[in-house]
Design a protein around this ligand. Structure first.
Ligand SMILES: NC(=O)c1ccc[n+]([C@@H]2O[C@H](COP(=O)([O-])OP(=O)(O)OC[C@H]3O[C@@H](n4cnc5c(N)ncnc54)[C@H](OP(=O)(O)O)[C@@H]3O)[C@@H](O)[C@H]2O)c1
Length: 333
């Protein structure tokens, strides 16, 4: 599919965890993972002006700084990659902020780190309900009109917001959490709306922020990991949802593949299986070259296993929210 006049593959790569989760590995290790993503054909990349994290002594722009290093080393990749930068958040209180001033600030930050004053996609992280989505789009438009930004995306937007925004200027993509663990966007009608309007969906966290791999749970996360705040990684909630991880592990073992490959293949297959689903770009993240390679190695699963997963998620009543009560209030607005 084409986004911002670039041919984009259905495998994308999320950069957030490189700085927000991984506080241990060297930049060299991360740059190797990033290069592997390109080599594997994952040419839709997603970063954010605050993906370094927030808090005392933390640089919110660290993810962009790492990306700058990447493009300094591999300048030829800048044109190969379709880059989305997420913003429109007030980093002092982490609430949606699509004001003209905040978006202007995002642009100034972004262009400090890119080799050219050229951004494929600006992503509005959350709908700013106080301001309204139409005003948010109008605040992005000057950058599209002057050619510095090629397109925009809405993250965690509901159907009504998508329609309102699209009526002002075509939405290039909608980014939402979508995985075996999170089918909220389907239930909320977002997939149907996107399919009808011809808008591709960026399926973020297709590994359930690591949970579906069977290797990330409440006990394995370091104390300072942001995911410690999310419901899914609270021990009692994790235990209630563990049946899903167990089923994925069982199918992975039976087919001699990994949990991550099962979870990603299930997401990849959804668009062609369901007529009222949009085109989907998967957006897994990993800071490890071998795991990046594993994630972009496509597998096939027997129909009976796919059916078992489909049946499970159809009746699955997830315990807990996707993040926590505070953060979930801004989802699918
Ligand atoms: N729009 C939004 O609100 C939003 C929110 C969250 C994320 N996102 C986007 O989505 C991207 C991906 O999300 P995410 O990183 O939160 O979740 P994810 O891709 O579902 O999971 C990433 C986690 O899984 C681990 N992992 C990856 N591949 C693995 C494998 N093969 N085996 C074992 N573990 C594996 C990673 O650890 P290692 O690094 O150690 O491999 C990391 O802990 C982000 O980078 C970001 O661009 C968007």
């Amino acid at each position: 599919m084409k986004i911002a006049a670039k041919e984009v593959n259905a495998d994308g790569y999320g950069l957030m965890g490189l700085t927000l989760y991984d506080k241990v590995q060297s930049d060299e290790h991360k740059l190797e993972a990033m290069k592997t993503a390109v080599e594997q054909g994952a040419n839709f990349w997603n970063t954010g002006v605050f993906y370094g994290g927030v808090g005392p002594g933390i640089d919110p722009e660290a993810n962009l700084a790492l990306l700058k290093k990447y493009f300094e080393r591999y300048p030829e990749d800048f044109d190969k990659i379709c880059l989305s930068v997420k913003g429109a958040v007030n980093i002092s209180n982490f609430q949606p902020d699509s004001s003209k001033e905040n978006i202007c600030r995002d642009m100034e930050i972004t262009f400090k780190y890119l080799p050219k004053k050229q951004l494929d996609m600006y992503t509005i992280s959350r709908v700013d309900s106080k301001l309204g989505v139409e005003a948010a789009v109008r605040n992005v438009l000057p950058y599209i009109q002057d050619g510095s930004v090629k397109s925009y995306c809405l993250s965690e937007a509901g159907s009504e917001s998508i329609r309102k925004a699209h009526a002002i200027y075509p939405v290039a993509a909608v980014e939402v959490e979508f995985s075996l663990f999170a089918l909220d966007v389907v239930d909320a009608g977002v997939f149907k709306t996107c399919a009808e309007l011809g808008i591709p969906v960026i399926a973020y966290a297709p590994l359930g922020q690591g949970m579906l791999t069977g290797k990330v749970d409440s006990n394995s996360l370091p104390e300072n990991d942001i995911r410690k705040n999310w419901d899914r990684f609270q021990t009692e909630v994790y235990e209630k949802n563990k049946g899903l991880v167990d089923l994925i592990s069982q199918i992975a073992t039976k087919n001699s593949v990994t949990n991550a490959q099962v979870a990603l293949q299930w997401v990849r297959a959804q668009s062609s299986k369901n007529k009222d689903y949009p085109e989907i770009i998967i957006l897994p993240g990993s800071s490890n070259a071998a795991r990046v390679k594993e994630n972009f190695t496509h597998i096939s699963l027997p129909d009976e296993d796919i059916k078992q997963l489909d049946d499970f998620v159809t009746s699955f009543k997830r315990a807990g929210g996707r993040y926590n009560a505070h953060a979930d209030a801004n989802l699918l607005q």
